[in-house]
Design a protein around this ligand. Structure first.
Ligand code: SF4
Length: 483
């Protein structure tokens, strides 16, 4: 069978041999031998990209690569790129430039780029940058080993960015770490074509995995890999199942039955696809997080129309009301794009008004930046970047005031958190955990030596600001919560 790489797939099976003298593992693939090597990978952008990177690293293990954070040690450098925002795009280009020197210093260093930028601009970049060996799009990451093989076989300067056209979107989750948290991709692509967004062009049409496949996948993660918390991923995650007659609500009900699974989160949702069934599940599913991130983008109906968002502010606020009724403890967050094409003062004011009405616990806010190939790129835009910057700063300050008031009610409340790590604050080591409703809490351990990583603990919030919560450790449940 052809892989699309111009190489016969039966030649590409990996097998393992052990060097009798050094006892070193060697992987054989086709005519080539792969001794242990290192891959340095830099990921930009969203959780989907981070999840894809995990998948890539998992595959590369089969080709005898292990991950390194030291660029000097790397035999293979991979960038997983993001085309959604200027900031990550600029960072990627500056790092790609720096890698040129690393390649000059190290003979045989291979450099590849994947992700959204590679999907749309891979060919041009491979042509433009001499030190770039190959580029690969978002739908071919599962063939990474064949691509790396191809470069080692002497054939570089290629781009593979074809779309997967198989009937079903079917994958098994691959994780390359041993933690109780896992990303699970349930739908890829997006059919919405919001006027500012490049994602439908970089990730293609929506395609959902079958519900039973996802449920079996999660059961295996729980049973064999100790996973306790899953984040269901999709560019438009609550559109899940529209292409095959299933739904996110039904999937969440099934996942709620899995023994040993403690918590289910999902992201990112579109308000248009929040169904009444899904809202009801927020009230009934025991394992579903009491946090929902629901991007609104603007509080002005005229801006939402220009953005092609397919809902009004009134509809959005109605959804929040229904969600809060179904699940009174729900905590809501959102995304805001400030300064969309020709945004007027009064349209901006409408977004501030929405922040007052919605009472979000947190927001991610950005100044609009033009993305080539999108519909908004064709609109004549008279708003200056200075005005955008000013409005963004004002909005962020405004929201912090709201958050401060919301969080002032938290001291005294008790929460079960999964401890994710620790940090040093003012020279004092504090552990950090995430509540069911996605707030991060910092707290002191019982002793310097106590290792709480990946333990479930109970904490009482002692103080809270707009941006962080401090707590007091009450109980340690260990790595599993006993039911
Ligand atoms: S729904 Fe999200 S991913 Fe899809 S086009 Fe709109 S902003 Fe982009």
């Amino acid at each position: 069978m052809e892989t699309g790489l111009g190489i016969r797939q039966e030649n590409l099976k990996e097998s393992i041999i052990i060097n009798p003298e050094t006892n070193e593992k060697i992987v054989k693939k086709g005519d080539l031998e792969f001794p242990p090597r290192k891959v340095w990978m830099k990921t930009f952008g969203c959780q989907m990209n981070h999840h894809d990177s995990e998948r890539i690293l998992h595959h590369l293990k089969d080709l005898n690569f292990s991950a390194t954070s030291e660029l000097d040690e790397a035999d293979l450098v991979l960038f997983n790129t993001c085309a959604v925002r200027d900031l990550s795009n600029n960072k990627f280009y500056s790092q790609l430039g720096e890698i040129k020197h690393a390649k000059k210093k190290k003979n045989g260093l291979i450099v590849g780029i994947g992700g959204c930028v590679a999907q749309t601009e891979g060919k041009e970049l491979v042509k433009k940058y001499d030190h770039l060996d190959f580029a690969f799009g978002t739908d071919v990451i599962d063939t990474i080993n064949d691509m790396v093989f191809r470069v080692y076989a002497g054939d570089s300067k290629f781009t593979i960015n074809s779309w997967d056209r198989s009937e079903n979107f079917s994958i098994e989750t691959k994780i390359s770490h041993e933690t109780p948290q896992a990303f699970v991709n349930i739908i890829k692509g997006c059919n919405k074509y919001c006027s500012y967004c490049i994602v439908p062009y970089t990730r293609g049409k929506e395609r959902s995995r079958l519900k039973n496949e996802v449920v079996e996948d999660v059961k295996k993660l729980v049973e064999y890999q100790g996973v306790q918390e899953v984040m269901l991923l999709g560019q438009n995650v609550n559109s899940y199942g529209k292409d095959n007659g299933e739904s996110l609500a039904e999937l969440l009900i099934d996942l709620d039955q899995i023994n040993g699974l403690e918590l289910v989160r999902y992201t990112t949702s579109h308000p248009y696809d929040v169904s009444d069934e899904l809202i009801a599940v927020h009230g009934s599913a025991k394992k579903l997080s009491k946090h929902l991130h629901l991007p609104v983008q603007s509080g002005s109906n005229t801006v939402l129309e220009r953005m092609l968002r397919e809902y009004t502010v009134e509809h959005y606020l109605g959804l929040l009301e229904k969600l809060r009724k179904a699940q009174p403890e729900i905590v809501l967050s959102t995304d805001i794009i400030v300064g969309f094409v020709n945004e007027t003062e009064s349209e901006f004011q409408a977004t501030l008004d929405l922040l007052d009405s919605a009472q979000f616990d947190s927001i991610y806010s950005y100044a609009y930046s033009l993305r080539n190939k999108t519909r908004a790129a064709k609109m004549v835009d008279n708003l200056s970047d200075d005005v955008r910057g000013e409005r963004l700063r004002y909005l962020q300050k405004y929201q912090l005031g709201i958050q401060e008031k919301i969080r002032a009610k938290l001291p005294g409340t008790e929460h079960r958190v999964l401890v994710e790590g620790f940090g040093t604050m003012g020279g004092i080591k504090k552990w950090r955990g995430r509540t069911n409703c996605n707030r991060v809490v910092h707290f002191l351990p019982e002793s310097e030596e106590q290792n709480l990583k990946w333990n479930w603990v109970d904490v009482k919030i002692t103080s809270a600001t707009a941006l962080s919560c401090q707590g007091e450790l009450l109980n340690v449940h260990g790595r599993r919560v006993l039911q």
